[in-house]
Design a protein around this ligand. Sequence first.
Ligand SMILES: Cc1cc2nc3c(=O)[nH]c(=O)nc-3n(C[C@H](O)[C@H](O)[C@H](O)COP(=O)(O)OP(=O)(O)OC[C@H]3O[C@@H](n4cnc5c(N)ncnc54)[C@H](O)[C@@H]3O)c2cc1C
Length: 379
Amino acid sequence: MDFQFNEEQRMAIEGARRFSQEKLAPAAAEFDEKAEVNLKGLKELGRLGYLGMTVPEDYGGSAMGAVAYAGSMVEVSKADAGVAVGMSVQNSLVNDAILHFGTEAQKTEFLPKLSSGEWIGCFSLTEAGAGSDPASMRTTAARDGQSFVLNGTKNFTTNGGIADVIIVFTRGGPDGRNNSTFLVKKETPGFSVGKHEHKMGIRSSSTTELVFQDCRVPASALLGEEGKGLKIALTTLDGGRIGIAAQAVGIAEAALDESVRYAKERIQFGKPIAELEGVQFMLADMATEVELAKTMLFRVAWMKESGHKRFTKEAAMLKLFASEMSHRVCHKAVQVHGGYGYMKEYKVERLYRDQRITEIYEGTSEIQRYVIARTLLGA
Ligand SMILES: Cc1cc2nc3c(=O)[nH]c(=O)nc-3n(C[C@H](O)[C@H](O)[C@H](O)COP(=O)(O)OP(=O)(O)OC[C@H]3O[C@@H](n4cnc5c(N)ncnc54)[C@H](O)[C@@H]3O)c2cc1C
């Protein structure tokens, strides 16, 4: 595509492509098969500057910006979408939340270690009874003098099993409506990692329950204002959706590349299936959809980078389109491969499974439609 990247952006994306193809892609099938977290791959991305891409250099980040981040996420996702979601959470849910809502002391303490990959972070909002409706969460934070005591269980937390720092969302106050956010270090007494999920896709990523049992944190662990927890969550998720859209685009682009290669090699009726119009039409539709989603991706990333205060509607449209596009493209990729596409020896089998989550996390497609409609109707 001919989106005009500047030299730094081009180099960042090229670097991500090289690292992902050399180091992540060859091992991706094995991590998937064993459902083993590729922590080494994720940490290596940190050492190369890809875990602090929107963090200013003063706080130890590489300050490459949201456009370079989106392009790099596409490249990492093409190789291993499980590693990519870890990168997305670190950059756009954890770092961005601390950058925008943290105190100077929190930024100085957390951002350099997160940006370098020395520490891994997670963003824990969902609970068993609170998914699309986070306001119904039950994890509580009760003030006790100069500290807060946290109780409750979060679930489905990406990076949960490997996190050094947990951003956790709670409710409190006399009527239980006082939503607040805390930065909890993993060694805090009363915190533990619960069940590790056994997943359909993105199996090289960690997804776990997180348990808080009389977990006492100092008042200085409060992220942003007391009572503003849900606002922090929703504002941060706008940026997060750029990362997930980039993941969806990367998976789709990989599925397209695999399909073009396979169509040229596979002979039926005495010629490559790429010469059959029915197959060509599938490839043409796939390429067109990937291109369109990529254009949207860089536009919304540019909005974030150039300081647009809110881009809620655009981020929701992007995430909705890119994730459902990725579904259609991966579906066709398996079709182009015929029976071989159903077999684990072929990459499109994994891409088809990995893609599915992009329509669910950081807000399901239905929730994205709800957000878009609410903005359109001025509600
Ligand atoms: C692998 C994985 C990783 C995850 N990582 C994280 C993470 O790091 N941090 C975190 O906090 N959460 C995480 N999640 C949780 C994820 O964000 C939620 O699963 C998602 O928001 C949906 O919530 P739910 O699963 O409870 O589904 P539900 O909310 O129960 O939804 C069930 C169905 O009802 C539909 N529905 C619900 N409400 C509406 C509505 N108002 N209008 C129309 N339809 C509606 C949904 O679209 C869906 O189709 C992760 C989940 C998975 C599977």
